[in-house]
Design a protein around this ligand. Structure first.
Ligand SMILES: Nc1ncnc2c1ncn2[C@@H]1O[C@H](COP(=O)(O)OP(=O)(O)OP(=O)(O)O)[C@@H](O)[C@H]1O
Ligand SMILES: [Mg+2]
Length: 327
C-alpha cells in the first residue's frame, strides 16, 4: 500500500538513511552517514566544500547508488525501487538541470509530463510558477538566453511543479539575488506548511537559520553534529568579542593580545579586517583588550560583544568557514 494521502507522505520519517557510504577511488565522499527527517520538516545539511552534501542528495534522489548503507524516501527504498522514489520527489540540483534549447514554459511542461501530469495541468502549474518567480516576460525564450539566476529559478520551479511530498534542494539559492532568495524562502515555507518535507543543503547559514527545523553538520562524509540552530549555538556557548581593525597588518598583533582571553578558536578574516574570539567574561575581556590596544597604539574601527551565530558554530565544529576550499 502506498503510505501517502494526496501529495503528502504520512509516515513518521519522510527520509531515513543509515550507514550511507560512497567512495570515488581513494576519496571517501560519504562515510557512514545517518539521517532521519521527520515528515513535514526541513532538514538543513551544512558542511564545507567537499563534505559530501551533493553526494548524499544524489543517493537519496537515486542519481547514484551508494557503496553501502540503506535509505528510504517517503517509505520507499531508493536502491530497490528508484523509479517509485523519483515519482515522489522534486530535485533542484547544484547544477541546474534544464534543456538549453527549450523555452522556460516548455522545460516546465516537459518536467510535468515526466511526472505523469496531463499537459493542460502541467501548463497551468508551469505558468503559475513562472509568474511566482517573476519570469513571465521571459517565459517563451529559450533557456540559453537566460542569466544564471533565471536558470536557477526555472530549475527550482521544476522541482516544485508536481508538488511532490519530498523536496531535495541542493544549494537552491546560490547565485540568487536577495529578493529572489527571500521569495524562494517564502515558497518553501508555504510548501512545508502544506505538509511537504524538505532536505536543503546550503552554504548560507542564515538560510539554515531561517528555514531548517533541524540541522546536520557534515564533514568528511560523516554527521559531526545535529540539532536545532538554537541548540547548536548554545553548544558553543559564551559570547564573541569582535574587533574590526583599521589595518590588516595589525591582525597578528591583535591575535597575540586576545589569545589569553580566548576560550576557543580565534577567527581572523582578512577581508573584513576582523579578529573574533569566543570569551567567557565578556565585559572584562572587552575592557582589558581595549586597554592593551590603546597601549600598543592599534587603531580599531569597531569593537563589540555579540551572541554566537551559526557561522561560529560551523567554524568551531569544522575548523573552517563555510565558503573556504578544503585542501
Ligand atoms: N564524480 C566524482 N568523481 C570523483 N570524486 C567525486 C565525484 N563526486 C564527488 N567527488 C568527491 O567526493 C567528495 C564529496 O563531494 P560532494 O560534491 O558530495 O561535496 P559537497 O559537500 O556537495 O561540496 P560543495 O559544497 O562544494 O558542493 C569530494 O571530495 C569530491 O571531490
Ligand atoms: Mg555540493
Amino acid at each position: 500500500m502506498d503510505n501517502s494521502s494526496g501529495n503528502n507522505y504520512v509516515g513518521e520519517f519522510a527520509v531515513e538513511a543509515s550507514g550511507l557510504s560512497k567512495h570515488y577511488g581513494d576519496v571517501v565522499a560519504l562515510d557512514g552517514l545517518e539521517l532521519s527527517v521527520p515528515t513535514g520538516t526541513v532538514l538543513g545539511l551544512l558542511g564545507p566544500n567537499g563534505a559530501g552534501k551533493t553526494t548524499a542528495v544524489s543517493i537519496l534522489t537515486t542519481l547514484i547508488a551508494p557503496d553501502g548503507g540503506t535509505a528510504r524516501v517517503a517509505g520507499v527504498d531508493v536502491i530497490k525501487e528508484p523509479q517509485r522514489v523519483r515519482s515522489l520527489i522534486g530535485l533542484s540540483g547544484q547544477y541546474a538541470a534544464v534543456d538549453e534549447h527549450l523555452t522556460a514554459t516548455e522545460n516546465l511542461e516537459m518536467i510535468g509530463c515526466l511526472y505523469g501530469m496531463r499537459r493542460p495541468a502541467a501548463r497551468k502549474k508551469a505558468s503559475e510558477l513562472i509568474e511566482r518567480f517573476r519570469l513571465s516576460d521571459s517565459a517563451h525564450r529559450p533557456l540559453k538566453t537566460f542569466s544564471g539566476g533565471m536558470r536557477r529559478r526555472i530549475d527550482l520551479a521544476g522541482a516544485l511543479l508536481a508538488d511532490p511530498p519530498v523536496l531535495f534542494l541542493d544549494e537552491p539559492t546560490t547565485g540568487l539575488d536577495p529578493r529572489s532568495r527571500g521569495e524562494l524562502w517564502d515558497v518553501i515555507r508555504e510548501r512545508v506548511e502544506a505538509g511537504t518535507t524538505v532536505v536543503l543543503t546550503t552554504q548560507y547559514l542564515e538560510e539554515a537559520d531561517q528555514l531548517a527545523h533541524d540541522i546536520v553538520v557534515i564533514d568528511h562524509g560523516r554527521a559531526i553534529a545535529r540539532g536545532t540552530s538554537q541548540e547548536l549555538k548554545r553548544r558553543i556557548g559564551g559570547e564573541h568579542l569582535d574587533i574590526h581593525l583599521a589595518l590588516l597588518t595589525d591582525i597578528s598583533r591583535v591575535e597575540a593580545i586576545v589569545r589569553p582571553f580566548a576560550i576557543g578558536a580565534i577567527r581572523t578574516d582578512d577581508q573584513e579586517v576582523l579578529v573574533s574570539i569566543p570569551v567567557s567574561k565578556g565585559i572584562e575581556a572587552l575592557g582589558s583588550v581595549m586597554a592593551e590596544l590603546s597601549v600598543q597604539n592599534i587603531e580599531i574601527v569597531d569593537i563589540g560583544l555579540r551572541r554566537p551565530t551559526l557561522d561560529d558554530v560551523f567554524m568551531e565544529l569544522t575548523g573552517h568557514k563555510t565558503q573556504e576550499e578544503q585542501t
